[in-house]
Design a protein around this ligand. Structure first.
Ligand code: DC
Length: 214
């Protein structure tokens, strides 16, 4: 009998706790974890490095197709170069929503995300469209959210170079772009478990998800 492919999809806006929850859940379940946002960030980085204009959709799709993006837990490389730090910088953060709105880029990323899961026989994936588009038949779909203030505070704590007001404004603009774009916008799948993480610890969220898995 074929082994079951076990997929956990975690979606939600920036700062909702997705990455930390996904990483810990994967560890507890003995699965690997994929940060799909890092893939879109890598394309944005590669486009900037190759001086492809953000308005040039076809050019950016070509960048996505031809870039060798590897994510080994916390370390991200593009064409063999470690970009782990750069993809979290303000330049990439400000341009990534434009890159992620291009349907050709999403198509390339979707194919790679599905292949990543098939190679491993499952995994925990976090992003914006995992439960709605990439793995609509995932074993467990989770939508995490938190108040705008708490999400901005979490992000401001991670990005020491920027003040809270700037982080909050960037985050609001990015969420609006990600939720209203034409292709695969951030929306909650009807059958996803919704958890508001504003007042919860990571452990509480992970425990709740393990309990739901049964
Ligand atoms: O999770 P993050 O903030 O690192 O994601 C960066 C951007 O990538 C986010 O603004 C939207 C986009 N993204 C997406 O469109 N689809 C995904 N599955 C993951 C991220």
């Amino acid at each position: 009998m074929e082994e079951e492919v076990r997929v956990i999809a975690i979606d939600g806006p920036a700062g909702s706790g997705k990455s930390t929850v996904a990483r810990q859940l994967a560890e507890r379940l003995g699965l690997e974890y994929l940060d799909t946002g890092a893939m879109y960030r890598s394309v944005a980085f590669a486009a900037m490095a190759r001086e492809v204009d953000l308005d040039d959709s076809a050019g950016i799709v070509e960048v996505a197709r031809s870039s060798d993006i590897r994510i080994d837990d916390a370390v991200v490389t593009v064409d063999g170069v470690d970009v782990t730090t750069q993809i979290r910088g303000p330049e990439v953060t400000r341009s990534v929503s434009t890159v992620a709105a291009i349907s050709g880029v999403r198509e390339v990323m979707r194919v790679r995300q599905r292949a990543w899961v098939m190679e491993r026989g499952g995994g925990v994936l976090e992003g914006r469209d995992i439960g709605t588009v990439v793995f609509p038949d995932a074993n467990l779909k989770v939508y995490l959210n938190a108040s705008a203030e708490v999400r901005a505070e979490r992000r401001a704590g991670e990005v020491s170079a920027l003040d809270y007001e700037t982080v909050a404004a960037d985050l609001a603009a990015r969420d609006a772009a990600d939720s209203t774009r034409q292709h695969d916008p951030l929306i909650q799948a009807p059958d996803a478990i919704h958890i508001d993480t504003t007042l919860l610890s990571i452990d509480q969220v992970v425990d709740e998800l393990i309990a739901r898995l049964g």
